[in-house]
Design a binder for this molecule. Structure first.
Ligand code: C2E
Ligand code: MG
Ligand code: MG
Ligand code: MG
Length: 288
């Protein structure tokens, strides 16, 4: 009876009706998330592979619902895309992060790059360029510091004005990164057709460094190919020293991952920058 009960429970948990009900519930809550102040932007450092000094940060949205708790972007971003809410949420993230980056620029003057994720739905919007231009004007962030991340799972065919929009973003002075590189069906086509400045090697490859020689070969080849095409490379999901050593030995330009830092709320990220500055400017203590 116990066994059956547990099985029933498991079936109940995964039934499509339940899952769909849950999605409907989340979607209706998501509609109010921005207005209710339930959204936050976290920042994850990106570091130079050789010096490990911070060169940029990626803005990652977080949703904390008062009753439902923390909901992962992996869960709610697809729902936001389905419902079209991603357009306003995406613009909110961009405005919030650009304002914050400008503040850090005034305070620390590091010229840090800010990565902001763009969804396919945003890239289909006719007024995407107006939105980005507006945010840059409003916040005063140098467009060179803003990098838009476009995931490779977006089909070039399904988003007719994708290439055009990316060229438009370049004309505004922004940079483009191809996110999750290697996971889509058309990586090479992406490289040929999209005006990308940077390639982000997906964490599924990085995770297998030291485990799967095939994935190691793919990482090595991707770095080499990107460099031949005059693109910079950053590896995502760098978690252990072994990843770091391999990526360094193979001339990956930049790194992002838990080994260096998790995504942080803005106040913690600010402390990180302040501490970095203190260490660099503090006169060396003279040990007599
Ligand atoms: P992404 O753009 O590929 O972001 C990297 C994800 O990897 C983030 O997950 C980050 O927290 C996680 N990560 C970073 N370092 C490590 C590591 O060392 N190990 C592991 N296991 N994970 C690491 P997160 O924040 O949960 O975001 C998931 C995805 O949701 C993002 O993937 C992105 O596709 C989407 N997303 C997040 N924020 C936004 C946003 O503002 N707009 C849009 N359109 N999508 C967003
Ligand atoms: Mg990203
Ligand atoms: Mg992604
Ligand atoms: Mg990624």
């Amino acid at each position: 009876a116990k066994r059956q009960g547990r099985n029933n429970f498991q079936i109940y948990q995964i039934s499509p009706e339940r899952a769909q009900q849950h999605d409907v519930l989340l979607k209706s809550r998501l509609r109010h998330a921005e207005g209710n102040g339930e959204l936050r932007v976290f920042y994850q450092p990106q570091v130079d592979a050789a010096s490990e000094d911070i060169v940029g940060m990626e803005a990652l949205v977080r949703w904390e619902h008062p009753e439902l708790g923390q909901i992962s972007p992996g869960v709610f971003i697809p729902l936001a895309e389905e419902s079209g809410l991603i357009v306003s949420i995406g613009a909110w993230v961009m405005r919030t992060a650009c304002r914050q980056a400008r503040e850090w620029e005034d305070k620390y003057g590091l010229g840090l790059r800010l990565g902001v994720n763009l969804s396919a739905v945003q890239l289909m919007e006719p007024d995407l360029l107006d939105t980005v231009a507006g945010v840059l004007r409003e916040t005063g962030l140098n467009p060179r510091q803003l990098e838009l991340e476009v995931t490779e799972s977006i089909s070039i065919k399904a988003v007719p004005n994708l290439v055009e929009n990316l060229h438009g973003l370049h004309r505004l002075g922004c940079r483009i990164a191809i996110d999750d590189f290697g996971t889509g069906a058309a990586s090479l086509d992406y490289l040929r057709k999209l005006p990308a400045d940077r390639i982000k090697i997906d964490q599924s490859f990085v995770r297998n460094i030291g485990i799967d020689p095939d994935d190691e070969a793919i990482v090595r080849a991707t770095i080499e190919m990107a460099h031949r095409l005059k693109r910079a490379v950053i590896a995502e999901g760098v978690e252990i020293e072994q990843h770091l050593a391999f990526l360094r030995a193979n001339h990956c330009d930049e790194l992002q991952g838990y080994l260096f830092c998790r995504p942080l709320p803005h106040a913690s990220f600010d402390r990180l920058l302040a501490e970095r500055q203190r260490l660099l400017t503090e006169p060396q203590a003279n040990v007599a």
